[in-house]
Write a protein that binds this ligand. Sequence first.
Ligand code: ATP
Ligand code: MG
Length: 392
Amino acid sequence: MKKVIMIKYGELTTKKDNRNFFINTLVKNIEKVLSSFNPVILKDYFRMFISVEDIYIDECTDLLSKVFGILEVCICYFSEDKRIETICDISKSLVSSGVTFKVQTNRSDKSYPVPSMDISRSVGSFLLRNVDNLSVDVHNPQVLVNVEIRKEGVYIYNKGIKGSCGYPTGSLGKALLMLSGGIDSVVAGYLTMKRGVRLDFLYFESLPHTSLEARNKVIELAKVLKKYGNNGKLLVVPFTKIQESIYRDLDNQYMITLMRRMMYRIGQRVAKKRNCLALVNGESIGQVASQTLTSIRVVNDVTNYPIIRPLASFDKIEIMDMARKIGSYDISILPYEDCCTIFVPTHPVINPNLDHARSEEEKFDFSLIDEAIENILIIDLDKESDEEENYL
Ligand code: ATP
Ligand code: MG
């Protein structure tokens, strides 16, 4: 019996005029993810059907469950023959003796002569007659026998696998994720991609105070997000001179505040250059001194660019749970120093003063920012090679 994968669309079903654009973006993303399986994809306004060789069907289903824009992935039996006897025969292979079940019919082919309720009833009574110890449970059945009758044939399937929901990545533009090696920022990136946004990654590095292992960790985290259908580049900013200069010449208690103001300045300029419409980071209100509302306001003062903070209101425990589900947690907890954890003052300010931050910066040589941007290293995560590039 021929098997086909059926995709049920996620939130894009709320779109009217733009729905085809979202569906077409989803098709492109699926083609990329399944490129080595030669999929044949059939799509319409409500469903997508994907054929691959039967031996790859479980692997492809698993990959599809990670693609944003999908509510459910179902493995279906398909038959061009839509006679009720055929439907009954196929349905029999979904149930086994002793289970509870329910039959549910959807008839998009309105020319089919039998109404949906009658099909469900016929299939249900056939199953009760032909399989031992079956019982019907309309509220919480163990097996849900779905019968979908369409022009080209009938699809019969049990409950599917939950998809990642959201919008197809890339359907809502591109943003720049400030990606550190920690737990939070990669989760913030995942949640942003889930809303249809594709990402480039920006990593601030302070060699030799931080190590190349720390950079490799960030590369691995960016690759985790790549598995969810992102193909952005990793941009590594040489941040050493800026950090050393703040540490040497400016108020030490304001180290983190001033450093983050520099990060935002660089982030905004790189974002514009890369056609990214917003910056994304892993800030969560109150998590550390630099993430109190006062700190966020003082740091945000340097830019009017949109800053997306998907984790603003999540607890650390919730963020860690998400990281485990995404598959980034074990990489994030590897013990390499981040540039934020070095040069940390003993008592970082919790409520920094904006005027003080501004006046401290009068002592700062802003050409260091131009220099850092000019020396950004671009890493292509597909080719796994580095290209030195003069940037702005
Ligand atoms: P994370 O778990 O992502 O490291 P955090 O809880 O350690 O976050 P901070 O160090 O205050 O928090 O950083 C807040 C956010 O700033 C991070 O989530 C990230 O988006 C960004 N950030 C911090 N350090 C870097 C860095 N070295 N490169 C790029 N972005 C960074
Ligand atoms: Mg961090």
